[in-house]
Ligand binder design. Structure first.
Ligand code: ADP
Ligand code: MG
Length: 363
């Protein structure tokens, strides 16, 4: 059990490629924190620096309050689970899981007890005599987790541990790992490029891009209050809809105008934009698919902007329907009630909920 602190951590490969830039983060003891971002944003590098597998160019890393910059990986009290499992092919599952304890010269009966306990939690007791080649991908992943667990590390580091599994198994293992975190009560640092994995597993999420932290927040705050256009577009599925608009003032009211449409902003949002000097400027408006309402049944025309939308594709998902539409030449996705009768080619009325729009600087 331990917190992890990163202070001004920077990694430059070969003195020039900046993989991680001035990374500052305090991870609390027992936290389940996620690093998420597109490929190449520096997730693995950060994790490897915490593990001690990669030298830190600048900055400091503390584990459980101890500066570990010069501490060997084996002395950091961490365990890492890799995407490719990295099991020893010539050893049985039992031997794979027991290996690190054997190196530590732990007595045989204690090793056996630890391996059986971990195997039981992971429901792989019946696999202990098999070799890795006789296991499915999901089973191998469990063994890799088990091998980390028996070491009773202070911190678990996981680098995309589920990305080689098929979708169904990935879902099951997601739940298994959440449960494991609850049972083990240990700090988990989990890397993924998959925002759904990030949103469902972590108590806190670090969104990264090009080596820089973009935002650190709970899943709900990231979803409801993204700090910038990148985070807004990255978190959420289907993606938030974006459209460039101009900010105009008529009397006391502030409008976001695009084509013949205008969204009248609620008072608080309007005053904020005004204070920031946005009048007459172009901004990007963002609206989540569930905040585009049915224009026919829209509750309050004062807080919504009713627009004409050309329906291009209707995606029926059972519990909801996604409408892919064009509004003033821009593609939008709206999430509507599955009972709504609509087909491709229809022109319908949709309402953009002005209370729920996000406003971003153009990048
Ligand atoms: P992620 O895990 O988010 O996909 P990485 O941490 O692997 O990202 O990589 C971050 C950046 O550092 C990328 O631009 C990558 O090309 C670069 N990089 C990673 N490892 C090395 C290395 N050993 N040598 C040089 N550049 C590297
Ligand atoms: Mg990676």
């Amino acid at each position: 059990m331990a917190g992890v602190n990163l202070k001004h951590v920077t990694k430059k490969y070969e003195g020039k490629v900046v993989a991680v830039a001035d990374f500052n983060l305090d991870i609390e003891d027992k936290e389940f924190i996620i690093f998420v971002g597109p490929s190449g944003c520096g997730k693995t590098t950060t994790l490897r620096m915490i593990a001690g597998l990669e030298e830190i160019t600048e900055g400091e890393i503390y584990i459980d309050g101890r500066l570990v910059n010069d501490v060997q990986p084996k002395d950091r009290d961490i365990a890492m689970v890799f995407q490719n499992y990295a099991l020893y092919p010539h050893m049985t599952v039992f031997e794979n899981m027991a290996y690190s304890l054997k190196l530590k010269k732990i007595p045989k009966n204690e090793i056996k007890a630890s391996v059986y306990e971990a195997a039981k939690m992971l429901e792989i007791e019946y696999l202990l005599d098999r070799k890795p080649k006789a296991l499915s991908g999901g089973q191998r992943q469990r063994v890799a987790l088990g091998r980390a667990m028996v070491r009773q590390p202070k911190v678990f580091l996981m680098d995309e541990p589920l990305s080689n599994l098929d979708a169904k198994l990935r879902g099951q293992m997601r739940t298994k790992i959440i449960k494991l975190h609850q049972d083990l009560q240990t700090t988990f640092i989990y890397v993924t490029h998959d925002q759904i994995e990030a949103m469902t597993m972590g108590t806190r999420i670090v969104v990264m891009k090009d080596g820089y932290i973009q935002q650190v927040d709970t899943p709900q705050t990231l979803y409801e209050k993204p700090d910038n256009l990148f985070v807004a577009g990255f978190i959420g599925s289907p993606q938030m809809n974006f459209r460039e608009v101009s900010v105009d003032k008529f009397g006391e009211e502030v409008y976001l105008k695009f084509g013949k449409n205008s969204i009248k902003l609620p008072c608080e949002k309007a005053r904020k934009l005004e204070a920031l000097g946005y009048m007459g400027k172009e901004v990007v408006v963002g609206i989540r698919p569930e905040n585009i309402l049915d224009g026919q049944t829209c509750p309050d025309p004062h807080t919504a902007c009713v627009v004409e939308a050309g329906v291009e594709v209707v995606e029926m998902l059972g519990s909801e329907t996604l409408l892919h539409v064009k509004i003033e030449g821009t593609d939008f996705v709206a999430r509507v009630n599955p009972k709504k009768q609509v087909k491709a080619g229809d022109v319908i009325k949709l309402a953009l909920d002005a209370d729920k729009v996000h406003i971003f600087d153009k990048e």
